[in-house]
Design a protein around this ligand. Structure first.
Ligand SMILES: Cc1cc2nc3c(=O)[nH]c(=O)nc-3n(C[C@H](O)[C@H](O)[C@H](O)COP(=O)(O)O)c2cc1C
Ligand SMILES: CCCCC(=O)C(=O)O
Length: 387
């Protein structure tokens, strides 16, 4: 590491960040670098969104309409960004959003991500569509903290098996993604005729599952691989699910449950009524319903409806420390970030993910301190102005 980087990391940033001299500290620049490093198909899958990508743009634009109003002389010498969310203590209110198929970004995929999360103390949310099994990822995450994200398959026994395995492997909270029972109209992938799953990426948790294997006549080998892939396609999502089905989750998971993909205040109310422990206000990074509202615009509506009655998390469009501060001020207890760490993974493996997480944390801490906030709870609507 260069002397300048040592100076930045250890003296100027007081050990806050873990800046890699070969990666940008402005995290909005990662996408451009990842575009040159990845294949056109992999990059298109990750960077792409639904339709005209208008909702993905709206997610970003919404952050610009809120501005932080710095306050002075508030003694911010001691700062504490820690929070506890759904029973999990975290050094900062930032989680690694579930991202499937991470081996298209780096051969170590979710294993590298889990190691980076453990190194920073932040919580990683593992996707059902991961390229490594949940047991392998748990081992890589070691003493770190991890949640499990369920893509709820049609076969109830398979869903129950996923939950049992996640529990046994030390995943402490369950995130149930509701907005992606099938992939949306995604022109970048359609135009490149690309789908990672067809190449057998993102099916590790299915192919390793005893219930899945029983359905395809035994362990997946070259002989039944095609059958297994077709079975996966049929199983992956269930468009018939309704609110009544949530009782199944409660029966099979005794830890906290958060519903991901909530945008309407009535849906947030229903989640609370159904006994869920939290909601994640998310539009899947604009990857599902093009034309949908910006996730940040949905956040205050959900906070109005259920704030104080449940845990509210947020994602879609978070790129900087200031973005995190704005979402927290609007009422989220923590945020999830996806594409920035995906690009970090592509550019530098585990160290690249660590770079992104530590930069985001450091930038958040400096933003909060310089605008007069010592703790996350001090960020309120009063910290912002809408322009
Ligand atoms: C390549 C990619 C794969 C994703 N895979 C999953 C997934 O398996 N499960 C899930 O719940 N969300 C998935 N998401 C959505 C993210 O968890 C998150 O909601 C969204 O990307 C947040 O927006 P951001 O990318 O602007 O941070 C994926 C997103 C990307 C970009
Ligand atoms: C089959 C969907 C898994 C990945 C995903 O959620 C996404 O690409 O957005």
């Amino acid at each position: 590491m260069s002397q300048l980087a040592d100076f930045q990391n250890e003296i100027y940033l007081n050990g806050l960040a873990d800046v890699r001299p070969d990666l940008p500290t402005d995290l909005t620049k990662l996408e451009g670098l990842a575009a040159s490093k990845l294949s056109a198909t992999s990059f298109g899958y990750v960077a792409g969104s639904a339709g005209s990508e208008g909702t993905a743009r709206a997610n970003r634009d919404a952050f610009d309409r809120w501005r932080i109003v710095p306050r002075m002389l508030r003694d911010v010498a001691e700062r504490d960004l820690s929070v506890t969310v759904l029973g999990t203590p975290m050094p900062a209110p930032v989680l690694l959003a579930p991202i499937g198929v991470q081996s298209i970004l780096h051969p170590d995929g979710e294993l590298a991500t889990a190691r980076a999360a453990a190194a920073t103390g932040l919580t990683t949310v593992l996707s059902t569509a991961a390229s490594h099994t949940m047991e392998e990822v748990a081992e890589a995450n070691g003493p770190g903290s991890r949640w499990y994200q369920l893509y709820w398959p049609k076969d109830r026994d398979l869903a129950a098996s996923f939950l049992d395995r996640a529990k046994a492997a030390g995943y402490t909270a369950l995130v149930v993604t509701l907005d992606t029972f099938t992939l949306a109209w995604r022109p970048r992938d359609l135009d490149q005729a690309y789908l990672p799953f067809i190449r057998g990426i993102g099916v590790a948790n299915y192919f390793s599952d005893p219930v899945f294997q029983k359905s395809v006549g035994g362990p997946v080998t070259d002989a039944n691989r095609q059958t297994a892939l077709l079975h996966w396609i049929g199983q992956f999502g269930n468009p018939s699910l309704t609110w009544d089905d949530l009782a199944f989750l409660r029966e099979h998971w005794d830890g906290p449950i958060a519903l991901k993909g909530i945008q309407h205040p009535d849906d947030a109310r229903r989640a609370v009524d159904a006994g869920m422990d939290g909601v994640i206000v998310s539009n899947h990074g604009g990857r599902q319903v093009d034309g949908a509202l910006a996730s940040l615009d949905a956040l205050p509506l959900v906070v109005d409806a259920v704030g104080g009655r449940t845990t509210i998390l947020f994602d879609s469009g978070v790129r900087t420390g200031a973005d995190v501060a704005k979402a927290l001020a609007l009422g989220a207890q923590a945020v999830l970030v996806a594409r920035p760490y995906a690009y970090g993974l592509a550019l530098g493996g585990e160290a690249g993910v660590r770079h992104v997480l530590r930069c985001l944390q450091a930038e958040l801490e400096l933003t909060m301190a310089l605008s007069g906030h010592r703790t996350v709870s001090e960020l309120t609507l009063d910290s912002l102005v809408r322009v």
